[in-house]
Structure formats: C-alpha cells, structure tokens
Design a protein around this ligand. Sequence first.
Ligand code: 4AD
Ligand code: MG
Length: 430
Amino acid sequence: MEQAYVRDLARFAGSEVVIKGWLYNKRSSGKILFLEIRDGTGIVQCVAQKKVVGEESFKAADTLPTESSLVVEGKVRADERAPGGFEIDVSSIKVVHVSEEYPITPKEHGAKFLMDHRHLWLRSRKQSAILRVRHAVIKAIRDFFDGRGFICTDAPIFTPAACEGTTTLFKVEYFDQAAYLTQSGQLYAEAAAMALGKVYTFGPTFRAEKSKTRKHLTEFWMVEPEVAWAELEDVMKLAEDFISYIVAFALDRSKEDLKILERDTAKLENVKAPFPRVSYAEAVAQVAGTGTEMKWGEDFGAPQEEALASLYDKPIIVHRWPAAIKAFYMKRDPADPKVALCLDVIGPEGYGELIGGSQREDDLAELTKRIVAENLPMEAFKWYLDLRRFGSVPHGGFGLGLERTVSWICGTKHIRQTIPFPRMLNRLTP
Ligand code: 4AD
Ligand code: MG
C-alpha cells in the first residue's frame, strides 16, 4: 500500500492508501469517528467505523489528544462536501505517539501566547498556508531573475560598516574587532554587477529597529537586484515588472492557500505593470490633499503611506525624494540636486513600503564627499570607492522586503506571521 499525501489524493481516488500525520481535530458519534488528519500538505477527514477498525483501535483513537501522531490506512473516496474533495474510509489506525495536552486550542489566544508557542503555532492551518505562500514568493523571485539573466551573487552577513544609516546597526564581536550584521547586500551587489552585469543578492538582513510596529522585523529577508548601466527609469521598470510577476505567480500557485487565508484576491488581480508614478513632491501634495499632515522634506510614516495608497488600487512608485532624508550612495538629480534619483514602491491597502531603491552615485569625488559629510568610516568604504575608480558606469537597483511582500499578498495584518521565527524588539525566542 502506497503512502499518499493529502495534496495528491485525487490521484488515488478509489485506492487504498497510507496517510501519515497528526490529529488536527476529531468528532465522534459513538460508533463512527471523524478524524481530521493533517500531514503538512493538507487536512483530510478520515472516517473510522467501530465495526471496521475494531473496539480497541476505536477506543484508542476516540480518546487521542490533538496533535498526536498516527498512521491510518484506508480507501480514498471522492466527496463533494469535503474541503479537499476527498475523504478516507479507514480500515486501520496505528497511534505512533500520544501527545500531551496541546496548548493551542480552537479558542482565541492572545498574540503573545501564540508567539511564545510559535514552534507549535506553525502547525495551524493559516500559519502553514502563509509559509507555503512565502515559499511560492521565493520561487517567483528566483524564477523572475533567472529568466532575465541575472546571476545570484549574495553578500556577507558580517560587515565592517553601515549601508542604511548608523542608528539601526547590530554590533557583534568579530575576533578582536567590531563587525555589524548586514543591513543590506547592496554595496556588494554593486561590486558584483561591475563583474557580471546583472546580479542579485537574496538573504537575511538586520536592523536594530527600536520601534514596535506591524511592519518591522529586526531580521528580515531582502532581495536586491543591481544592474550595470541602469538608470532610474530602468530601475522603476524593473521594479514594477518584478512585483507584477510575483503577484501573478502567487495568484496562480497559491490559490488554495489564499482561500484558506480568506484573502480578497480581486484586489491582487489588478496588480499589473505599469504602476502609477508620482514624484515625491506630487505625493506630498496628494497626501496633504487627503487631510493627512505632510510637508516637503519629511519622510512618510504609516499614516502618510496609507493616505497615498488610499488614492490608488495598485502599488505606487514614488520617485525623486529629498536627498537629505535618503542614503549617502544615491545619485542626485542633475535637474534638481535637492532630490535623489531614487524610488520607493508603496504597496496598496496600507501594507507600506515594499521596495526602496535608486540610481547610485557613480562619481568618485561626489561619493567621497557624501561619505565624509555623513561621518562614515572612510577606511571601511575604500573598496567601495574603488568601483568608481575602475570603469565607473551608471548603475542602480533596489531592495524588496520579502516579509512585507508576503504580508501584503496573504493579507496578514502583522509581519510577524510571515517568517517562521520572527525577531523583533521584544522577541528572540523561540
Ligand atoms: O529601503 P531600504 O532600507 O533599502 C535598502 O536597504 C537598499 N540598500 C536596497 C537597495 O537599493 N539595494 O529597504 C528595502 C526594503 C524596504 O522597502 C522594505 O520592504 C524592507 O526592505 N524593509 C524591512 N522589512 C521588514 N522589517 C524591516 N525592519 C525593514 N526595513 C526595510
Ligand atoms: Mg526605504
């Protein structure tokens, strides 16, 4: 008899199979037992009759606690009323491990309780669905870049200096010197782009975010393409094509999971390039027009992002931000040096900034001036400046936050549900 996964039951209709899994839920009528078994790929209802499985097996299963592990044999039967379209008529039940009393019950639990039990919470229907969507988004990311000839080069986690400002650095001991956990792979991606043309890095990045919000993790995954010869216009085009690709892929691949998450997918169907593009100056006026406070020169907070998003039904590209509030490496706009040649992509429905990117400063003297002005350690940037000494070319790229993107696609309110084991201001365990 073959082991079948719940996801594949259609292939086994009418045959005897073995299901190996955990008890998700059960109901009993005294003579018939309805066991909902999950195996990681889905949940199937298994119907056990006392007269078929025998008195002893029946009794053992009837008192089995949630999340006990078991192996069930039975025949796959199509049933229109079943959530996955199939049920199992059980012929035998073997209990593998009797669980202790399971702490997560169908009743409502608080966020802290669930986060303290994250290692178990992952087993619930919605949390597993989110992790499968995360997997699909990662696959979409890899496929998109592979299909366009990008080389994945990746970047170190231990770094000697800041990329995105010195206020959110995690300092660690590195033998007899100080190192910082990387905030972004960008500077290394720039070096790799000069070697390989089109590259991307994809890995964990770290920010000592001291605020508690529903959009910030201290450890999150970022994918960062970098393209030699690309100017701001090319970067904007790449960003909208990228997001459109990811959304279309998830709508196709993660249909069932988005259903489990009760995501209103109509809002995602609309997400196709081109996206609306507004300059920062225009965006400020539009936000102020909604009655939300906003002045030129200020950064967007959650209320401003939400106000802008409320005016559109697609992600919005906001370009040319005040250089003073953006990173040192961004190229200034020759037409207006107050602003940088950069973009943020603001997600719809209040999910906030999905992408931050720019064209990079490619002039040695300008970049050196910027490093001095921001008081960054010149020694640590010597190698980076070399890129402007040996065949400097226009180039640019962006970073997309994986968890922000998954959060938006799944429609989860809080980013902590979109990474298996979140790290935040007040959370280092489990
Ligand atoms: O805008 P950021 O800071 O850009 C950079 O790091 C650039 N060096 C990227 C580049 O050009 N190669 O971050 C990029 C994205 C944000 O738009 C957001 O989606 C995500 O990373 N992000 C976070 N996600 C979760 N928690 C945090 N604390 C995040 N900080 C940024
Ligand atoms: Mg940003």
